[in-house]
Design a protein around this ligand. Structure first.
Ligand SMILES: [Zn+2]
Length: 251
């Protein structure tokens, strides 16, 4: 199913929820790595998750490197004040897996695919999947790590990313991606040039993992208005995908 943007949180199996920010929420990159400032990111995550009954006290994010490393969020001793939400950087990775309602996970994107994953057991993930990460296998790696943590069926929901109509792509790179993910990734730009269909690529990567893409936000970051786009406008700002669970499902 494809949905317009701005409908609030998407509800996935396992009492897992996901939300994608628009540029109107501001640049949500946490300032500084390590502890991270992250006030804007935490404010967005807190506001969008409140109606779902969320109870997380940290938002975990990673320094994204367009690779396939997955970080599995293990809870640190609690150091924030009661009722405060911490922002924690977990080092270099492009996907974060968690199992606890105490932790929300986040990736930051401009044109890359912000993919939320969930399982009925309450295992969930946030994946940063641009073409390099996709080709490196980050989607499959995230699903694999979820299964290690007890996930059975895995469902994906993809937020705003650059769509084929705006994503002209070199033929040699396109051939390489198509070798792995099939003809469906070969798209066409609005003016008829070869393009990468990243939505199709992410769908194929999930299929290859025995997972399913069940929800797609039907917005292109380059031409949809309202989103940051590195490719179309050289925007430095980033929108966020935040994924969390609510209490009641025990992995
Ligand atoms: Zn577009």
């Amino acid at each position: 199913m494809a949905r317009p943007h701005g409908a609030g949180a998407v509800h996935l199996p396992g009492a897992v929820h996901a939300a994608w920010s628009a540029a109107s929420a501001g640049d949500l990159r946490p300032v500084g790595h390590g502890s991270g400032d992250g006030a804007a990111l935490v404010a967005f995550a807190t506001a969008v998750s409140a109606p779902t009954g969320a109870s997380f006290d940290e938002v975990a994010w990673a320094t994204q490197v367009h690779g396939s490393r997955v970080v599995d969020v293990i809870r640190a001793p609690q150091t924030v004040a009661p009722d405060a939400v911490a922002c924690r950087n977990l080092g270099e990775a492009d996907a974060l897996v968690a199992v606890s309602p105490d932790t929300a996970v986040c990736v930051l994107t401009a044109d890359c695919g912000p993919l939320a994953l969930a399982s009925p057991e309450g295992v969930f993930a946030a994946v940063h999947a641009g073409w390099r990460g996709l080709a490196a296998g980050v989607v499959e790696a995230a699903v694999r790590q979820m299964r290690i943590r007890g996930a059975t069926d895995v469902s994906g929901a993809l937020g705003p990313c650059i769509h084929a109509g705006c994503y002209e792509f070199g033929l040699s790179e396109l051939d390489a991606v198509a070798d792995t993910y099939g003809r469906a990734v070969r798209g066409t730009t609005d003016d008829g040039r070869p393009a990468l269909d990243m939505v199709a690529g992410i769908r194929a990567a999930l299929d290859a993992s025995g997972a399913a893409l069940v929800d797609v936000v039907d917005v292109c970051t380059a031409c949809g208005g309202g989103q940051y786009s590195h490719r179309a406008r050289g925007d430095a700002g980033r929108q966020a995908l935040v994924v969390w669970s609510t209490p009641g499902v025990t992995p």
